[in-house]
Design a protein around this ligand. Structure first.
Ligand SMILES: [Zn+2]
Length: 108
């Protein structure tokens, strides 16, 4: 398994996520792109826990497919909110692991 991904800075969709979460920055994964707002690519990459969290979301997309992920994520969020969303719980639990580091590669 190899997952190739992209990073996009100053993303409008991440800005909306930050607004909804009442934070000054956010990262949001859609398909194989990590969209950032309020944080540079370099600053994001310098925070392993943050990177591991978003890598887990990339893996979740890989596991169940983009459309199903987006659908299930929405349903989870509506029923349980952000913090208790099963995808967020799994991503938080992955923050201190590096198990995906060898399989998730940044596309230049
Ligand atoms: Zn997350």
């Amino acid at each position: 398994m190899i997952i190739h991904y992209h990073i996009k800075e100053q993303s409008f969709i991440a800005r909306i996520a930050a607004f909804n979460l009442r934070k000054d920055h956010a990262a949001i994964v859609i398909h194989r792109t990590i969209y950032l707002w309020g944080i540079s690519k370099a600053d994001f990459q310098a925070q392993p826990r943050y990177v591991n969290h978003e890598f887990q979301h990339l893996y979740q997309y890989y596991q169940i497919g983009t459309l199903r992920f987006l659908y299930e994520y929405l349903i989870e969020s509506m029923h349980k909110g952000y913090s208790n969303n099963k995808f967020e719980i799994e991503a938080r639990n992955a923050e201190t692991t590096t198990q995906l580091a060898d399989f998730v590669l940044l596309t230049k």
